[in-house]
Design a protein around this ligand. Structure first.
Ligand SMILES: Nc1ncnc2c1ncn2[C@@H]1O[C@H](COP(=O)(O)OP(=O)(O)OP(=O)(O)O)[C@@H](O)[C@H]1O
Ligand SMILES: [Mg+2]
Length: 335
């Protein structure tokens, strides 16, 4: 950790995502870039002194845990390719993965690496949590308490912020923090309608990038990781073509977009006592799953704004979809 970090008491924003953990900070000399991220993934290797010293020598981010070496964060992907194994994931659908015994240890290690110890006791950090997919989701309370405990142990004063609201904070200063923030991530699509920064409706849809990867892999007989790589490199949402992988990705992308648009419409329609909005409000799409060309157009068509229950002024894609949640968490922490 740099001296600058030790002395700083400036708040931080932390996006604890199913796929990536991102920290946002006010840029300074020690951190010229406001964002830093690590993959929320790991692999395990059998422990040996030699392997440990080699990892140390190579500067690989790792920990010894229960007789195993855990290689975590961005290095996990690199080593998964070297050893031809699949990376393991500490989180699933926006919360700690109940099937993964190492989940907490890995997330603690990644957060500690990104944030360091709070130089000044009680430094403020806002961290993202998902909204429930149904009326209530008891798993979120455990997830939130676990992340809070990690942050407290590192000396931070933490506060949770729902991911959709973080997008509103990060993207909608020009509309007085009024509008609909959507983050289409890996485990979930998180949505929040906020009026003057106050969340009015928050919910999540349990279909996003991981769903697309898994379903496209299942119908093509490919590996989900290969689907993910193709999706992130060459894919565009522009209809069916002659290519079966492209078609499979298109079908499940369409499914995600329709499910999200329908859920947004039906949730708003069924909300009693919607706030009276004098003006039309913007929708901002963010998150990695919103990146491919054609996503915005397809979503706009699926939403049918002409007869949407709230007047929409514009639908746009965030300028920085992968950092939008962390940025919003930081903005909220600075308020
Ligand atoms: N350039 C890209 N094109 C298409 N998809 C992408 C691109 N970059 C990332 N993704 C996909 O976006 C998803 C990750 O997005 P993001 O980092 O916003 O998720 P997350 O915040 O970790 O997850 P969640 O919010 O659901 O907990 C993954 O499914 C990844 O494959
Ligand atoms: Mg996210």
């Amino acid at each position: 950790m740099s001296n600058g970090e030790h002395e700083s008491n400036l708040p931080l924003g932390l996006d604890v995502g199913t796929s990536r953990i991102v920290v946002a900070r006010t840029a300074d000399k020690a951190h010229p870039s406001p964002y830093e991220s690590q993959l929320n993934a790991f692999i395990t290797l059998p422990y040996s002194k030699l392997a440990e010293s080699l990892l140390e020598r190579e500067g690989v981010f790792h920990e010894v845990f229960g007789g195993e070496l855990l290689v975590t964060g961005n290095d996990a992907q690199k080593f998964a390719e070297v050893f031809r194994v699949e990376t393991r994931r500490p989180m699933s659908r926006g919360v700690l993965n109940p099937q993964e015994p190492h989940s907490l240890a890995v997330i603690r290690s990644i957060i500690a690496r990104l944030l360091g110890k709070s130089g000044v006791a009680g430094r403020k950090v806002f961290f993202s949590v998902p909204a429930p997919c149904q009326e209530s989701d008891p798993a979120i309370a455990y997830h939130e308490a676990s992340i809070r405990q990690i942050l407290t142990q590192l000396g931070f004063d933490s506060q949770a912020i729902q991911e959709g609201l973080a997008v509103v904070f990060g993207e909608m200063s020009s509309s007085n923090y009024t509008g609909i923030g959507i983050s289409c991530g890996s485990g979930l699509c998180n949505v929040c309608l906020a009026v003057l920064s106050v969340p009015v409706i928050s919910f999540a849809v349990p279909k996003a990038g991981d769903f697309i990867d898994a379903q496209a892999a299942a119908v093509t007989g490919e590996l989900a990781t290969r689907m993910r790589v193709l999706k992130e490199s060459t894919f565009a949402v522009n209809g069916l073509s002659g290519d079966r992988v492209q078609n499979a990705l298109t079908v499940y992308y369409d499914d995600v977009i329709r499910t999200l648009a329908n859920a947004l419409r039906s949730t708003i329609c069924s909300t009693q006592r919607l706030p009276k909005l004098d003006q039309s409000v913007p929708i901002v799409l963010s998150g990695g799953t919103a990146i491919p060309k054609g996503f915005l157009k397809r979503f706009t068509t699926a939403l049918r704004t002409e007869d949407f229950p709230i007047k929409i002024s514009e639908i746009r894609l965030s300028d920085d979809p992968l950092n939008s949640t962390a940025r919003g968490a930081l903005m909220a922490a600075l308020c």
